[in-house]
Design a protein around this ligand. Structure first.
Ligand SMILES: [Zn+2]
Length: 309
């Protein structure tokens, strides 16, 4: 489900699964769309989108949640002007000590929270008509707090109603496995769950363990300075026949409201210009590269309910 409506998963092509166009860290209490000018943001972001389009990328998954600068109409307009498919999301980001959670949420039940998210799927986001393509939540990096358990429960219930994949900003393995347990208790299969920022977990045995359960392992912080780390993590998955569970991206961008011209914007080209050539040198076949860049994102983000059998 893109910001311009549904497309067949096969039409996604080469996909970046975790990037940002705009993020505003001001907090849920203070954020408004008046803090940025859509046409200025579009002007800043477009050259970076055009660059990856030229490199063969067809789809960009924009992971900025509500209350952190999610702007469906901005994404819709830059999708049309760049020709890239763009996905946005529903859900709440609890990482960062709940600074990005609207206060009214804390007293709500998991079902009430799930009903807000399901409503965005059914009726579009905030009257824009734009529908979310996945659920994005965020949890802390230690054991889950009760409130974060509630967010995960809400995500599981939203998944069962909508078929949207759950991408959770997680980091280390402790909260990753705790989330998988909650999903299990709610009857949601691990294959509906993306362990976002799995590269934060340095014990790569945990990547294998979660992937064998069926979860997606998102190695999504690629930059010019950490390429060898990524090659190591990807080879680890290949050696365990788990390349079909790996997602790759940069977590790059983005326009920073409040900074001059949106501040420093990091582009999305390193994967194409540097990492893939290294993988080719490391004897990865074109079939394996296609698996990583095309088949896995299409499989991960296809909208369908995934229950435990
Ligand atoms: Zn991110």
């Amino acid at each position: 489900m893109t910001v311009n409506g549904p497309i067949p998963s096969k039409a996604m092509g080469i996909t970046l699964v975790h990037e940002h166009v705009l993020v505003d860290f001001i907090g849920a209490d203070s954020i408004t769309e008046g803090r940025w000018n859509k046409s200025e943001v579009a002007e800043v972001a477009l050259p970076y989108l055009n660059q990856i389009k030229k490199l063969g990328c067809l789809t960009l998954i924009e992971c900025t949640p509500a209350y952190l600068g999610r702007d469906p109409l901005l994404l819709k307009s830059i999708s049309l002007s760049s020709g890239l498919n763009i996905l946005t999301n529903t859900g709440y980001y609890g990482a960062g000590n709940n600074k990005y959670i609207p206060r009214s949420t804390f007293d709500e039940t998991a079902d009430q929270i799930a009903s807000h998210w399901t409503n965005e799927w059914e009726n579009g986001i905030d009257g824009t008509g734009v529908r979310p393509g996945f659920i994005k939540i965020g949890v802390g990096s230690e054991n889950l707090s009760d409130f974060h358990k509630k967010l995960v429960t809400a995500a599981a219930r939203t998944h069962l109603k909508t078929g949207l994949t759950i991408a959770s900003h997680t980091g280390p393995s402790i909260p990753a496995f705790e989330q998988l347990e909650i999903l299990h208790n709610e009857g949601v299969a691990p294959v509906a769950f993306i362990w976002v920022h799995a590269q934060t977990e340095k014990d790569i045995v945990m990547h294998i363990k979660a992937a064998k359960m069926g979860a997606w392992i998102s190695l999504d912080g690629i930059n010019d300075d950490n390429l060898q780390d990524y090659v190591g993590m990807i080879k680890n998955m290949k050696e365990n026949n788990l390349l079909d569970k790996v997602l790759l991206s940069h977590d790059a961008g983005w326009y920073h409201p409040g900074e001059k011209n949106g501040g420093k914007y990091r582009g999305y080209a390193t994967l194409f210009e540097k990492l893939i050539p290294i993988l080719r040198n490391e004897k990865f076949s074109e079939k394996e590269i296609n698996q990583l860049l095309v088949l896995n994102p299409a499989e991960a983000f296809t909208v369908r309910v995934r229950k435990i059998n």
